[in-house]
Design a protein around this ligand. Structure first.
Ligand code: SF4
Length: 352
């Protein structure tokens, strides 16, 4: 095995030198920038991540600037990426680094792993890419390459699978150049050993690949059944009084915490407008329903949101008695961090 590991490692490293993409986070060893890129890449494809990454590090070029920003601004720069807890964790961890590490990104694996929002994968990525420390990364690409190459059928999302693959990745790691090795195997999974129809005929690892020899490429890696997604029904009220509208901050421990939204009524199923109008939130107001949107379907990892937007005009005060709501000029809507679902509605209906 050690000899096979050596050949596999060298082959992937050679392939990488020829095929690697030029990406901004690969042009630096700055742990802060690598951290930001890794958190962004956890939820988006590389092509989309490029824009988010450059805007984020341009506005927050180092730990201090991120720590000093308001959470609202950080969320605004994150808008559209989803998983907003990751942005809040970045902000929190930046403040922690300023307070506890004199604004210098920690350089020990233990301290990096202790930062909020950083798990095994991200700690290994930061420590190997920035400091060339011998920690093997195991992301979705690496799981796929290893399971096919070595014909492993243990589900990659099971506890046993995670242990088995981590152990194998550690053994395969080139301890002399962990940064290059990790980047190479991840890129190999992203470009060569892709999820669907990989080009096995022109693969430099074909002769060693168990999945290719056993016709298992299509079935590997194995994943245990997906969790059932919960369905939710959101009714948003875009309430206009002249040039103003109202927003509400989501403060509960739920999706999109601390983002803003139009006042919302959540129902058990798609409701009739008449039923919604009986809701105490609306029933003592004088208003006219100007428009009802079609149903927007928004899919998250654990939930599917079905949303409708009701555009309403009112002559009454905009809920001045309730601190939960803030009245703002409609033209200022784009200055608030909002869920992607609302952003789509705003883009379609309010922006030219
Ligand atoms: S032969 Fe196919 S399945 Fe095996 S490593 Fe290469 S691309 Fe992946």
């Amino acid at each position: 095995m050690p000899q096979l590991f050596d050949i596999v490692g060298k082959t992937i490293a050679n392939w990488y030198q020829i095929h690697k993409r030029v990406l901004p986070w690969r042009e630096t060893t700055d742990a802060y920038k690598i951290w930001i890129s890794e958190i962004i890449l956890q939820q988006t494809r590389v092509d989309q991540a490029l824009g988010y990454f450059s805007r984020f590090v341009e506005r927050f070029p180092n730990v201090e600037s991120l720590a000093q920003a308001s959470e609202e601004e950080v969320l605004k720069y994150w808008q559209g990426l989803g998983y907003y807890s990751r942005a809040r964790n970045l902000h929190f961890a930046a403040q922690h680094i300023v307070a506890k590490h004199h604004s210098i990104f920690p350089s020990s694996h233990k301290e990096v792993l202790a930062l909020k929002g950083i798990g095994d994968y991200t700690a290994a990525a930061i420590c190997s890419f920035s400091y060339n420390m011998p920690y093997a990364v195991v992301d979705g690409n690496v799981f796929r390459v290893l399971s096919r190459l070595f014909g492993i059928t243990t589900p990659i999302n099971s506890t046993q699978g995670k242990k088995e693959f981590s152990l194998l990745a550690e053994k395969l790691l080139n301890k002399k150049n962990p940064s290059l090795h990790n980047q190479a195997i991840m890129e190999f999974g992203a470009l060569q050993c892709v999820p669907k129809s990989p080009n096995c005929i022109q693969c430099p690892l074909q002769e060693f690949c168990v999945a290719f020899a056993s016709n298992l490429v299509k079935t590997l890696p194995v994943k245990t059944k997906k969790i059932v997604q919960r369905e939710r029904f959101f009714n948003y009220f875009f309430i206009k009084k002249g040039t103003e509208t109202i927003l509400q901050k989501r403060t509960q421990n739920d999706i999109w915490k601390n983002l803003y939204q139009f006042p919302l009524i959540e129902t058990e199923k798609l409701s009739e407008v008449e039923d919604l109008l009986k809701h105490p939130f609306l029933n003592d107001k004088r208003f006219v329903i100007k428009k009802t949107s079609s149903v927007y379907k928004h899919v998250l990892s654990h939930q599917i949101i079905y949303a409708r937007f009701f555009t309403i005009e009112t002559y009454d005060d905009l809920f001045p008695e309730n601190k939960e709501f803030i009245a703002i000029p409609i033209s200022n809507l784009s200055g608030f961090p909002v869920p992607r679902l609302m952003e789509i509605f705003i883009e379609k209906n309010l922006e030219n």
